[in-house]
Design a protein. Sequence first.
Length: 84
Amino acid sequence: MPSNTLQMANKHTVWISPDKSSGWNVKQDGEILGHNRLQSRAINTGIKEAKKDEVDLIIQGMDGKIRSKDSYGPDPNPPKDKEN
């Protein structure tokens, strides 16, 4: 197995969370991948990383509660509903 594949297999969820001082952090595996003043920019960065690593993206609101969760990896149980 190529080392690139091994690294991807070890990646975990990307988180968008509010920074205590100001703005939004994009984190993965405890590492800050980016910091943005605007949440929309942090989300764009997070989506790119989640797609690249085929992992989930979790977005928190200002109150720290999970606002949304999206999966960008292979789904072992895809939905049966073909409408969406």
